[in-house]
Design a protein around this ligand. Sequence first.
Ligand code: NDP
Length: 335
Amino acid sequence: MRWGLIGASTIAKEWMIDAIRANDGVISCVMSSDETRGKKFADDHGIPHAVTDLEALFTHDLDAVYISTTNEKHYDQLMAAVANGVHVLCEKPLALTLDAASKMAQACENAGLVMATNHHLRHAATHRAIRQIVQDGQLGDIHAARVFHAVYLPPHLQGWRINNPDTGAGVVLDITVHNADTLAFLLGEYPEKVTARTHNHGMAGASMEDAAMGIWEFPSGVMAYTHEGFTLPHAKNGLELHGSDASLYAEDVMTQQPKGTITIRRNGEDTVIPTASENLYERGVGQFVSACKGGDKPDADGWAGVRSLAVALATLTSAENDETVSVDYGKSLNQ
Ligand code: NDP
């Protein structure tokens, strides 16, 4: 497939260019708003063309674009891709509002184009193993989940995410979306109600949060506790699922790296579950490519991106208004 990159971004540089090429993708062009940065990015990564606007991008013969600009730009860029008839792999959060994100998913659907949201964690071998364990009923009835996803935002990413509210900055739009998608993937359901608190520990600018905690209530009765943060250099990450028959502890699995361990504890005895090591982003791109060629739709499609955004927006509303919020998924829950 012939790809265009919309955004000369860190995630493209660190993971996605390799993941696209590992799936036999040819990257024809990168679009950056800055000519010098775009040219350097193209040279550094062996991309033949760099352009500074969408019109120039779509003069190239493309099958798909990967959008990894700052969050407020995703909507217009995706709509331009749809107008030009190319498939879209879009970064999370899809947009800043539920309405915008829903229109993005709907536009792709109406045009018969594949849309995927880059929720990489669904593609971790660990997460897939946990999902299978849940589906096999090994934990019994699940009563509780805990997600530990508070990190230290590396210095090279301490830019718009913590200092520019117009971009959809803050830890909730950045990380809570991943936690929502992860629990939906593992449990097969989305939370109905969210009660959340956010805090600023001094990394993010005024009026933005760099820490969040939430309590989520699911239709089945599962209660989940989630923690997202940018300011914790020493914290471990992971998740736990607690059921009537067993508890599952997954350490170091809320990460971009193909690593982590899974342990099931039953009657005080621990059993370690072996998992393979597979590049998360390569697998995600592989699913997207397969869908573009007529295969099954991606696990994390556009509507999954809408739903994860809905949970993040409910988190922000809950924290702001000091209340429990019923999550508004729009029509995305029925898609
Ligand atoms: P970056 O800050 O690296 O890139 C975002 C934009 O910032 C780029 O499009 C670029 O604009 C601009 N930019 C890049 N370098 C510079 C610079 N030196 N000076 C000024 N501007 C610069 O963001 P990320 O790669 O961290 O995130 C991009 C998107 O990807 C976000 O939506 C984020 O949420 C998502 N993301 C997803 C991850 C996942 O695992 N799914 C992980 C990390 C991020 P231009 O293109 O115009 O040059």
